[in-house]
Design a protein around this ligand. Structure first.
Ligand code: AQP
Length: 333
């Protein structure tokens, strides 16, 4: 493996939306020429919140189809589902013995996801960042693409790697560096202060990568806005989170800078802007959506990609685990 190695994952918790695509998957595709890359469909992370066993397989196939339709090269990159490589769970245990409870208590995503019902959240949800550290360190990945929400978890992975190296007096794990996502967080179409999410109960809160043109049109038309005209300066957006979000989506989906998009629609009616945004999204999604639907029907091809990916991931991860066994004095026989 080359020195510059990326690891990243996507949870099979539902249908992939433009937030996942613009915030993560499109950047995996951009990065694939500059890094060796490992992309995992992280089903062990997904089950930290209950998932229906009857549909999780099809969700794994769905995420893989989006990866391939978006342009991820499944021959060059290693793509696999996490549970098929048991070394992830084993390393999570080993690293759980290095991570400190005080470090995990500071994780804001756990606080957000567990909410008021903290005592009733799964232990897996609490130790999720240790599994994420294991995902990265199992392959001694040097770079991890992160949005704002994952920065703290990557810091934790670095802290665990550093403490492990100090405890065992060896430079074993590289400290993974962030590769910051270029697009800002995409927010819900129903509430500009809330992240667009697969698990949001309202299907009108997100645009899916499999939405047809009519779905896109309806969702953008119904998206929450105010009754003013489009702004002419960025600072006017502080009090208008929904318009700001739609401008971000326009900018990320079209490749035009946000400043240029603001200028283009300054003082115009929101309905005109929404109509152009619909066209931009249809241009982006239509070709991918038909490819996703074609791929999802070909289960044997998808399983073959996952099998090849997990075989490659296993052959790398077994090396790391046996080095660790030796280093930590485990497995004498
Ligand atoms: N709204 C978003 N804007 C930008 N990036 C986003 N990502 C997720 N939502 C947005 C990025 O997508 C990648 C994969 O995410 P994930 O499936 O591992 O977990 P998530 O962040 O929890 O995604 P969701 O859609 O919100 O799913 P649920 O509802 O299951 O929690 C990550 O790189 C993430 O930053």
């Amino acid at each position: 493996m080359n020195k510059k190695l990326i690891f990243s994952g996507v949870q099979p918790t539902g249908e992939i939306h433009i937030g996942n695509y613009l915030g993560a998957i499109s950047q995996f595709v951009d990065n694939q020429d500059n890094y060796e890359s490992i992309y995992s469909i992280v089903d062990l992370h997904a089950i930290t919140v209950w998932q229906d066993p009857k549909i999780i397989q099809s969700q794994i196939h769905h995420v893989l189809s989006v990866f391939i339709a978006a342009g991820l090269n499944y021959e060059k990159n290693i793509i696999f589902n996490q549970s098929s490589v048991p070394q992830h769970a084993e390393l999570a245990w080993l690293l759980g013995c290095t991570a400190r409870i005080g470090w995990l208590n500071r994780m804001t995503q756990f606080k957000d996801k567990a909410g008021k019902n903290r005592e009733n959240a799964s232990v897996g949800l609490y130790t999720y960042p240790v599994l994420m550290a294991a995902d990265i360190l199992l392959y001694k990945a040097t770079h991890v693409p992160v949005g704002d929400d994952q920065k703290q978890h990557l810091e934790l992975a670095r802290d665990i790697a550093h403490k492990f190296n100090v405890d065992y007096e060896i430079d074993f794990f590289p400290l993974p560096e962030p590769v910051m996502n270029k697009n800002t967080r995409i927010m819900s179409l129903r509430d500009g202060t809330k992240k667009m999410s697969k698990s949001d109960t309202s299907s009108y809160s997100r645009i899916l990568m499999t939405d047809n043109n009519d779905d896109i049109k309806t969702k953008i038309k119904k998206s929450k806005t105010d009754s003013m005209k489009m702004p002419s300066i960025d600072s006017a957006l502080d009090e208008r989170p929904e318009i700001s979000n739609l401008l971000n989506i326009f900018s990320a989906a079209s490749g035009e800078s946000k400043e240029d998009v603001i200028k283009k629609f300054a003082e115009r009616e929101i309905s005109e802007f929404k109509s152009d945004l619909t066209d931009v999204l249809i241009n982006l999604i239509e070709p991918m959506s038909s490819e996703i639907k074609r791929l999802i029907a070909d289960k044997s091809f998808l399983n073959e990609v996952l099998k090849k990916g997990s075989d490659r991931a296993k052959s790398l991860s077994t090396v790391t685990i046996s080095e660790l066994h030796k280093l930590m004095g485990l497995k004498i026989l």
